[in-house]
Structures are given as structure tokens and as C-alpha cells.
Design a protein. Structure first.
Length: 121
């Protein structure tokens, strides 16, 4: 191999290894933005986040699960203490605890990799 080609190949390899991955691509969704009950995020694994006490829910859990039986499809499962909702793509749900504010949410998409959900407060 010609010495100039070897140096060029080595330089290119080092540049590819040293190129940082953008923080947004490496990080997961910003779930702190969901505290007020209004956010949109895409997830690839189960997540949870705290919501304002005005909802009376404490923590909300979101995951994607395959629901067998009659449905036999991937669905987004949203849970909070004492509440659970399994939703298909495009479906809307809401949680209300006593006389507290209602937390509304909608599943925007479900893919093989994960799902996108919007919490609308």
C-alpha cells in the first residue's frame, strides 16, 4: 500500500471515531417537560415521570406492550396509581383522580421500535 493512502485511510478512520454523537440523538425524551401534563415524546422503552399535584396522580408510567388475545397488536399502556389504559394508534385516553384536573393523552404512532404519545394536560 502506498504510504500516502495509508495515512489518508488512518486519518479518515480517526475522524470517524472521534466524531461525537449529537446529545439529542444519544439522550432519551425530556420527561421533566411533562410535569405540567403537556408534552410530546417518542419512547423505545418503558418510561415514567412525575406530574404536578394538581392531577393527583404522582407518577405516570408509559410503555409499549403486545396485547394478545382478540387484539393481538402493539398498544401503548399508560398507568398511574390505581389507573391503567391500553391504547392503539390514534386513540385518546384520560385519567382523573377525584376532583383533581384531568390528564388527557393521545397515542400518535406505534412502530416496531417504539411509540409517540402526546400528553395534553
Amino acid at each position: 500500500m502506498h504510504p500516502l493512502k495509508a495515512i489518508t485511510a488512518l486519518t479518515l478512520a480517526c475522524a470517524l471515531v472521534a466524531t461525537p454523537v449529537p446529545a439529542a440523538a444519544a439522550a432519551g425524551p425530556n420527561l421533566r417537560a411533562c410535569y405540567d401534563g403537556k408534552c410530546k415524546f417518542t419512547f423505545t422503552r418503558a418510561v415514567s415521570f412525575r406530574v404536578s399535584s394538581t392531577y393527583g396522580l404522582g407518577r405516570v408510567y408509559v410503555s409499549k406492550q403486545n396485547v394478545g388475545g382478540i387484539f393481538d397488536q402493539d398498544m401503548v399502556v399508560v398507568r398511574a396509581p390505581g389507573l391503567s389504559s391500553s391504547l392503539g394508534e390514534g386513540a385518546r385516553g384520560e385519567f382523573r383522580h377525584g376532583n383533581k384536573r384531568t390528564l388527557n393523552f393521545r397515542v400518535l404512532s406505534i412502530t416496531d421500535q417504539g411509540a409517540t404519545i402526546r400528553f395534553e394536560g
